[in-house]
Design a protein around this ligand. Structure first.
Ligand code: SF4
Length: 468
């Protein structure tokens, strides 16, 4: 069936259209449709931060069904960080709600005259003023719009970081799920689009219910038996941390020295023992990997992800549990990509060490300075904070720093060290979006025991066979 697109021009109105049948047939899933649209509908020299750039959201083919782990979405654009194609994605339920409103692909173009949000509710497509939401964080924005419009809406929003032009600002879905990697939030902000709200509806029917259930059951059974799945169920993506430490994939001081794996492991076990645990994984998922925990002062913060610990814990050297929980919360609320923020901070700390930057504002292991930097870059100021540029642009601003800037094609590298993980290194080097291995989901090396159902040769950390 041809994909159903909804195009919203933020200055002119909207239109529904069927894309040519070949897009659905030959370009599998959301990423494929986005690539096709950018190729055919975006002028070659369009600046990323301009009204003519496109911001395209697409849900996967199964989104909207009752199957677990199908409700997320992909978003693509021309990236202000790389000048090339950007993809980000988030799990959750927003993509499912989009599909349930008969939209496979949502194309945003133009620029609104003032801050607005988009509401999609069946046949109703409206732009409404978002003046009252400016300055609100992503969690508060989702809560406000849910209260105003009724609880059955799914909200994605940018936070204060996007509003003030942080280059690696993130979109956050449902006040819970960060869109990663970076690149798309800054484009949404440039269009003065604070949020996109979709009213949820009943699950869509599937053609062969029995077959779908049997596939979902078999995935669930595999997950029940595997130790890595059990670790992820207990502590989210940080369940891969012991393997990363063992393989030497955590490095510190902008990857100059091996990280203190013991200190990181101790901090994380302290985090994992915290009370007030609330699972907030995607509906029906047998592997709920998003978890909230309580800090010592009683606040609820998200469990830090693997990338956040590798970046702020190992690279920057923060080993205090509460500080790490606060950083995870700040990234979510301000709408900042954690991997890109950690890369910017490690890069700037090293530039200060090397005497390439005069002012000393950061030190290795100084969590308070990191939190202050995240807050500062998300506030409107006369002079733009250099930390808000992203590593690719920062290395151009700091003469002599290119050799130690953790970036590929302008996109920050997440902090798992590719020298220890060959598959991740290959993924970073070849990804079309820049240096982020998550484009290829190259996590097999961190799975302690390759699952029996993987086709041979089983992937081991030092193997090169079968990896490209
Ligand atoms: S809870 Fe985690 S594993 Fe489950 S679908 Fe969501 S992101 Fe995926």
């Amino acid at each position: 069936m041809p994909l159903r697109s909804l195009t919203v021009d933020l200055a002119r109105g909207h239109a529904r259209q069927l894309l040519p049948a070949e897009v659905e047939r030959d370009y599998l899933g959301g990423r494929g449709a986005i690539a096709w649209l950018l190729w055919y509908q975006l002028e070659p020299d369009t600046p990323p931060l301009s009204a003519n750039n496109l911001l395209i959201f697409a849900a996967g083919p199964l989104a909207g069904s009752s199957g677990y782990a199908t409700g997320g979405f992909t978003v693509g654009t021309r990236s202000p960080l790389t000048g090339g194609i950007a993809y980000g994605w988030a799990p959750g339920h927003w993509g499912a709600a989009l599909h349930r409103n008969n939209v496979d692909v949502l194309i945003i173009r133009g620029e609104a005259p003032d801050w607005c949000y988009l509401l999609i509710d069946g046949d109703t497509v409206r732009l409404r003023s978002a003046r009252h939401l400016v300055g609100r964080d992503t969690v508060a924005t989702a809560a406000t719009l849910s209260a105003e419009l009724g609880g059955d809406v799914r909200v994605l929003a940018i936070g204060p970081a996007g509003e003030v032009g942080v280059a690696y600002a993130s979109i956050v879905a449902e006040g819970q799920y960060l869109v990663e990697p970076a690149g798309t939030g800054a484009v949404m902000a440039d269009k003065k689009l604070k949020a996109i709200v979709v009213r949820d509806r009943a699950p869509l029917p599937v053609a062969d219910v029995a077959r779908m259930q049997s596939v979902l059951q078999s995935i669930q059974q595999r997950g029940e038996r595997h130790p890595t799945a059990n670790a992820i169920r207990a502590i989210g993506s940080a369940g891969l941390l012991p393997a990363a430490i063992k393989l030497g994939a955590l490095t510190s001081r902008d990857a100059r020295t091996p990280a203190d794996g013991l200190a990181i492991a101790r901090m994380f076990s302290e985090i994992a023992r915290r009370g007030g645990r609330q699972e907030r994984g995607c509906a029906g998922c047998p592997l709920p990997c998003y978890i909230d925990l309580r800090t010592r002062t009683g606040e609820t913060h998200p469990l830090p992800s693997l990338e956040l610990i590798a970046g702020f814990g190992a690279r920057v050297g923060i080993t205090d549990a509460d500080t790490m929980l606060t950083i995870a919360d700040r990234c979510l609320r301000l709408g900042i990509d954690p991997a890109a923020a950690a890369a910017a901070i490690t890069f700037m700390t090293e530039a200060q060490d090397e005497g390439l930057v005069r002012q000393r504002t950061l030190n290795w292991g100084d969590g308070a300075a990191v939190i202050a930097a995240l807050d500062r870059m998300s506030q409107r100021r006369e002079k733009r904070d250099i930390l808000s540029l992203g590593v690719g642009e920062m290395q151009e601003a700091v003469w002599g720093s290119a050799a130690f800037a953790p970036q590929v094609k302008g996109l920050a590298m997440p902090a798992l060290d590719p020298r220890a993980l060959t598959e991740i290194g290959l993924a970073m080097a070849t990804s079309p979006i820049g240096g982020d291995y998550r484009y290829a989901m190259a996590f097999e090396e961190l799975v302690a025991e390759p699952p029996a159902w993987l086709p041979p040769p089983a992937s081991g950390p030092r193997e090169t066979e079968g990896k490209a």
